[in-house]
Design a protein around this ligand. Structure first.
Ligand code: NDP
Length: 318
């Protein structure tokens, strides 16, 4: 077999909590997993600061450090972790073909997709500058740091409505920045939002700039897109909740997905529509999106892969 073609039992694509947990379980099951990390090795958590809600870290931990711990554990147990980007796949026959960095082909008996999702951002320079220092795309992860303070959240879908009500329980006041004169969220969520006394909804409003002192956020400049009237909101936190995009584009041709690109798995398992291909983490979950739930499904994917291979090796003869 040429140097640029390699056969593996278990290939893991992506290196967030789902991918590393799958790697830990697959290593211990002797599947000799090979992992390609993707461009953002460690995933979304490498872009956050404190993580206080992952069990096992009683004093909290920085996101990048936690992902280093995941990496060490997977490596110690035998996962072959490689930096590389999967550029295309061919799931038409077994073993599955996966091309890495456009020049190396992996033939894999099982593939675990853990490519995650990416939060959508407004695209403002100040948003990037203060990311992790007052700007966040996850209220459940970071809301706690703004206890008793005033914050703003942008978006009007179910996520924004849910996160605004979550923040309202912790914060003194929540400004909700809605670009149209109506919500996109479901009626029930809109009702809950409108009935939360400390949420102020700013309709027809867009974000001009996030303000700060160079270290952290101390305000946000918004404008009314009907009147062009500008105002500054006195807030210390700015939450972006305008949706997520699953990183699943390269699988589109082969794998069943919902209309927004989240991979469909068989209920109660991580099995996709393709034999031997499993999916875990945010690539298949638009509801919970937590590190710990991603890790849980990563564990499931490795167990599913192990059982699939075992069943192939020792078929039950009726
Ligand atoms: P959505 O795509 O549903 O909503 C995105 C929201 O962000 C919209 O209100 C949109 O405005 C707004 N938006 C987009 N871009 C910008 C921008 N540049 N500036 C300002 N506002 C912007 O995403 P969600 O994450 O809310 O939901 C994704 C899916 O997950 C949905 O199907 C939702 O129902 C589901 N979900 C379900 C939950 C549950 O059942 N508990 C909880 C959370 C999500 P506009 O309306 O003007 O386009």
């Amino acid at each position: 077999m040429s140097e640029n073609i390699e056969h593996v039992k278990c290939l893991i694509i992506g290196s967030g909590p789902a991918g590393y947990t799958a790697a830990i379980y697959a290593s211990r099951a002797d599947l000799k997993p090979v992992m390609y990390t993707g461009m953002l090795a460690g995933g979304q958590l490498t872009q956050t600061t404190d993580v206080e809600n992952f069990p096992g870290y009683p004093n909290g931990i920085m996101g990048p450090e936690m992902m280093e711990d995941f990496r060490h554990q997977a490596h110690r147990l035998g996962t072959d972790i490689r930096f590389g980007y999967v550029s295309s796949v061919d799931f038409s026959s077994l073993p599955h073909k996966v091309v890495v960095d456009e020049n190396k082909t992996i033939l894999a008996d099982t593939v675990i997709i853990s490519t995650g999702a990416s939060a959508k951002w407004l695209g403002l320079e100040s948003e990037q500058k203060y990311s992790g220092f007052g700007v966040s795309a996850c209220a459940v992860c970071d809301g706690f740091f703004f206890k008793g303070q005033d914050v703003a959240i942008v978006g009007a879908g179910d996520t924004a409505a849910e996160e605004a009500t979550y923040l309202a329980k912790l914060c003194r006041k929540v400004y909700m920045i809605v670009r149209r004169d109506e919500f996109r969220a479901s009626k029930a969520m809109v009702h809950r939002t409108l009935n939360t006394h400390n949420i102020e909804i700013l309709y027809n409003t867009e974000t001009k700039e996030i303000l700060g002192d160079g270290q952290s956020v101390n305000g946000v400049s918004v404008f009314n897109n009907k009147t062009n009237e500008e105002r500054d909101l006195d807030v210390t936190g700015f939450f972006v909740a305008i949706g997520h995009s699953p990183n699943t584009e390269i699988f589109k041709e082969w794998i069943d997905m919902d209309e927004t690109g989240y991979i469909k798995t068989k209920p109660g398992s991580t099995q996709t529509n393709i034999e031997g291909v499993f999916c875990c983490g945010d690539a298949q979950d638009h509801i919970y999106r937590q590190a710990v739930t991603a890790a849980g499904t990563g564990c499931m994917a490795a167990i599913d892969a192990e059982r699939y291979l075992a069943a192939k090796e020792h078929p039950v003869i009726a």
